[in-house]
Design a protein around this ligand. Structure first.
Ligand code: ZN
Length: 440
């Protein structure tokens, strides 16, 4: 029985992750994401594009390689709720009528909300699978969800068990021994996999060039506390922005806001989506107002404007995205106006695409003109660094390594690490590109 790996998205860029594994004559798909960068700039026009148009502009993966196999796809398993891993499902799942969509409770909840937002009805069967559990897909395929830490809740590595061994899909993860929300990585299960013969490891290369270990979320929490409690902000406005899906970080921000004796208010549509989903599933209890609708937001901001020292605003716009709450605040489009000495905390990093870099520069210069004090990069990454990746490879001893989730340089970082560990490029480390297939 041959195992084939189809690299459909995320092998040539960071974004639109999608991989298919063919076992005998059956197929499972792992992740189905969008390429956010291709969507920025289209604004509302994007809603009018159909699946093939989205594919043409590169916003969703091109699945041409699966043309003759569409009916053989049994499952679409999603690792986590980030849009670059999940948000193409509403557009593409209808092409695979026999496939059951699988995800953790949080991932499925977010997926449903994305589909609802787009007014698309997903007609495939959906199976909610908890972390650290598995499901038989067919006589030859079992899918296992192994709990991982990352920058959103209920992230998993997916082990695809076949009669020949395991394909381990580790796309996006960090090894965080001190998560501030959720469980630690399931190291025990990773170590056991070695004995089950790991045929291939498909792995997140984002930070492969970065030496050392990615610091824990606990470190980001410390950094936040340092800024919020260690600066003079009495009577000043405090605005914090981070990634909307970063629930652990948001929990820290909310706790610290309360400790500063301020009322914390979360503002923005995507914050509303991710936070209320986590609260609904009882994964977190923020106990603060979360406002997603523009009218309510205006009314609240009028009150905050008059009592700025008593509130903390948490809002969208960490990348300076046009239309986000922070950008609209900076543009004086909302009833809260920045004053000299107000604090703006960026609990994030700028994703280094030219559009983001430009948007952030514009936002920062507007904020500075208004006299705001900026605190930047109060953040730790959600992606494994070189030494974490070494540990993963050491633990699972894969026969083949396939770098994913990265541009050429990032994937080369992983190839170099594999070289140090005795692997050979072209023999058991494989540089893949979108639209390419590997037979093992
Ligand atoms: Zn992710």
């Amino acid at each position: 029985m041959e195992i084939e790996i189809f690299c459909l998205g995320g092998y040539t860029e960071i974004g639109k992750n999608m991989t298919a594994i063919k076992v005998g004559d059956e197929v499972v798909i792992l992740d189905m994401g969008i390429h956010l960068e291709k969507i920025i700039g289209y604004e509302e026009e994007i809603e009018k594009l159909n699946t093939s148009e989205l594919m043409k502009i590169g916003a969703i993966p091109n699945d041409k390689l699966l043309d003759k196999l569409k009916d053989k796809v049994k499952a679409i398993a999603i690792t986590h709720a980030h849009l670059d891993h999940s948000a193409a499902v509403p557009y593409m799942s209808k092409r695979y009528k026999n496939a059951t969509i699988m995800g953790t409770p949080y991932t499925i909840e977010i997926l449903n909300r994305i589909a609802e937002d787009k007014k698309i009805k997903i007609r495939n069967k959906v199976k909610v699978l908890n972390v650290n559990s598995s499901i038989k897909v067919s006589d030859n395929i079992k899918i296992e969800f192994i709990n991982m830490t990352h920058s959103t809740l209920q992230t998993v590595m997916i082990a695809v068990h076949t009669p020949k061994g395991v394909v381990l899909y580790a796309n996006d993860f960090k090894f965080d021994n001190n998560p501030t929300l959720g469980k630690k990585p399931n190291f025990k299960r990773l170590k056991e996999l070695e004995k089950e013969n790991v045929l291939a490891l498909i792995v997140d290369s984002t930070n492969a060039q970065i030496e050392g270990k990615t610091p824990s979320e606990k470190v980001a929490r410390e950094m936040l506390g340092d800024v919020l409690f260690g600066t003079e902000n009495h009577g000043k406005g405090i605005v914090v922005t981070t990634f909307s899906s970063q629930i652990a970080r948001l929990k820290s921000i909310v706790e610290f806001g309360k400790r500063l004796d301020r009322k914390v208010v979360l503002l923005g549509r995507s914050l509303f989506r991710y936070v209320t989903a986590a609260e609904k599933l009882k994964l977190v209890k923020m106990g603060v107002e979360v406002i997603g609708f523009k009218n309510l937001m205006r009314r609240k901001l009028q009150i905050i404007e008059r009592n700025r020292g008593k509130y903390m605003i948490v809002c969208t716009g960490n990348q300076g995205e046009p239309g986000s709450t922070l950008v609209r605040l900076a543009d004086d489009e909302l009833p809260f106006k920045f004053k000299g000495g107000d604090h703006v905390v960026f609990s994030c990093r700028t994703i280094p695409s030219p559009i983001n870099v430009r948007n952030r520069e514009e936002l920062e210069s507007k904020l500075k003109k208004k006299g705001a004090r900026l605190f930047k990069r109060i953040h730790q990454s959600g992606h494994a660094s070189k030494e974490d990746l070494r540990d993963l490879i050491e633990m699972t001893r894969p026969l083949n390594v396939i770098p994913a989730h990265g541009n050429k340089e990032q994937k080369e970082g992983l190839v170099e690490l594999c070289g140090e560990m005795g692997y050979d490029l072209g023999k058991n480390v494989h540089m893949m590109a979108n639209g390419k297939k590997l037979i093992i």
